[in-house]
Design a protein. Structure first.
Length: 322
C-alpha cells in the first residue's frame, strides 16, 4: 500500500472567512488530507499556515527542507504540498531546482476557500495524491497539479486570477481522464542544486520591469540599497530603454549580478537589438535568463548566490540550469 505525505503551508485551500475581514488561512493539513484515496494512505504535517502572498525566502527554505525530508522517508512514495496560488510557481520552481529524488513532489491548492459553497481544494488534493503516487511520474521532479492537469514546475506561471485552473506554461505531463490519471510526457531534468542554506533567507534579488519611458532610477536604487542581484524584466526578447545599459554596467562593476529576463508571458530572451537593447545589456554584463520568467530567474539567482557562487562564476552556473 503506497503512502503519501501531505505538507500544508496555507493558502486559499486552507482559508475560511469572508466580508470585511477577508479569507484567512486557518485549516490544518489534517483537514486537507481527509479525502478518498482508494488503496493509498495519506499522512499530513503542517509546515506553515499562511497566505502565499506573505511568504519570505526563509519560508521557502523551510518548505524545501520539509519536502526533502519527506521524500527521503523510505516509507513514502511521494509528497503533496498544499500552497496558495499567488506564489505557488515560485515555490514549485525552487523545489524543482533542489529535487534529488526519483519520487515526485506535487504542489496544489485551490481557487475557492474551504468554506465556499463549492470548494475545489478536496478534488485538487485527491488528484495531486494520485500524481504523487504515479509510477509513470517518477523522476519528474516537482510538479503542479490543478483542476485535472499536471504540469512541470519549470516554466509554469499563474496566468489568471480567478479561473479554476489558473496555471499555464511548463510542460503538461499528465491529465485526469475521469478517475484515471493519464501520463503523457516527462520533463527534462537538470542537475539538482543543494537545499538552500540559511544565507538564502537574506539574499536580496529585486525585479525591475522595463516599460515605455522607464528610467533606470529604480534599478540604480535597488543596487545602491544593497541588492545582491537584479532581474531586469525587459520588453520583448529582452530590451530596455535609454540609460539601462549604462546602469547594468555600473551595477556589475559594483559587484551586483544582473539577469536579463522578459516581461512577455512566454518565449526566450534573445539579445538581438543594439542602441541600448538586449545586445548592449548583455555586453554591459547582464546574464540572459533563457526561457525562465523573471520570478523563476530570481529564485535561481538567489539560490546560486546563497550557495556562495561568486560574481565571476555566476554566468556559467546560472546558464547550466536554464
Amino acid at each position: 500500500m503506497a503512502h503519501i505525505q501531505l505538507l500544508g503551508t496555507g493558502g486559499t485551500i486552507a482559508s475560511r472567512g469572508s466580508g470585511a475581514r477577508g479569507s484567512v488561512a486557518t485549516d490544518a493539513a489534517a483537514e486537507l488530507a481527509r479525502g478518498q484515496y482508494g488503496d493509498l494512505t495519506v499522512s499530513s504535517r503542517d509546515v506553515l499556515t499562511t497566505g502565499s502572498y506573505r511568504l519570505s525566502l526563509a519560508d521557502l527554505r523551510l518548505i524545501a527542507e520539509a519536502t526533502q525530508e519527506a521524500l527521503a522517508d523510505p516509507g513514502t512514495e511521494g509528497v503533496v504540498v498544499t500552497h496558495g496560488t499567488d506564489t505557488l510557481e515560485e515555490t514549485a520552481f525552487l523545489l524543482d531546482l533542489v529535487h534529488d529524488s526519483p519520487k515526485s513532489a506535487v504542489l496544489t491548492g485551490a481557487q475557492q476557500p474551504a468554506d465556499s459553497p463549492a470548494p475545489d481544494g478536496p478534488r485538487n488534493v485527491e488528484e495531486a495524491v494520485l500524481a504523487a503516487a504515479s509510477p509513470g511520474l517518477r523522476d519528474s521532479g516537482a510538479l503542479i497539479s490543478f483542476d485535472g492537469t499536471v504540469r512541470s514546475a519549470r516554466g509554469a506561471r499563474k496566468a489568471h486570477t480567478t479561473a479554476s485552473n489558473p496555471f499555464q506554461g511548463g510542460a503538461e505531463v499528465a491529465h485526469m481522464a475521469g478517475a484515471e490519471l493519464v501520463v503523457t510526457a516527462k520533463p527534462v531534468r537538470r542537475r539538482h542544486l543543494p537545499v538552500p542554506p540559511v544565507a538564502f533567507d537574506t539574499t536580496r534579488v529585486e525585479i525591475i520591469t522595463a516599460h515605455t519611458g522607464a528610467t533606470p532610477d529604480l534599478f540604480d536604487f535597488a543596487v545602491h540599497s544593497g541588492a545582491h542581484a537584479v532581474v531586469l524584466a525587459g520588453s520583448g526578447v529582452g530590451n530596455a530603454g535609454p540609460g539601462f545599459a549604462e546602469a547594468v554596467a555600473r551595477a556589475v562593476a559594483a559587484g551586483c549580478v544582473v539577469v536579463l529576463s522578459t516581461r512577455a508571458p512566454w518565449g526566450p530572451v534573445v539579445p538581438v537589438y543594439g542602441n541600448g537593447g538586449g545586445t548592449d545589456l548583455v555586453a554591459a554584463g547582464a546574464v540572459p535568463s533563457g526561457d525562465l520568467n523573471p520570478l523563476q530567474a530570481r529564485l535561481l539567482a538567489a539560490l546560486l548566490l546563497s550557495l556562495g557562487t561568486s560574481t565571476a562564476e555566476f554566468r556559467e552556473a546560472f546558464t547550466a540550469h536554464l
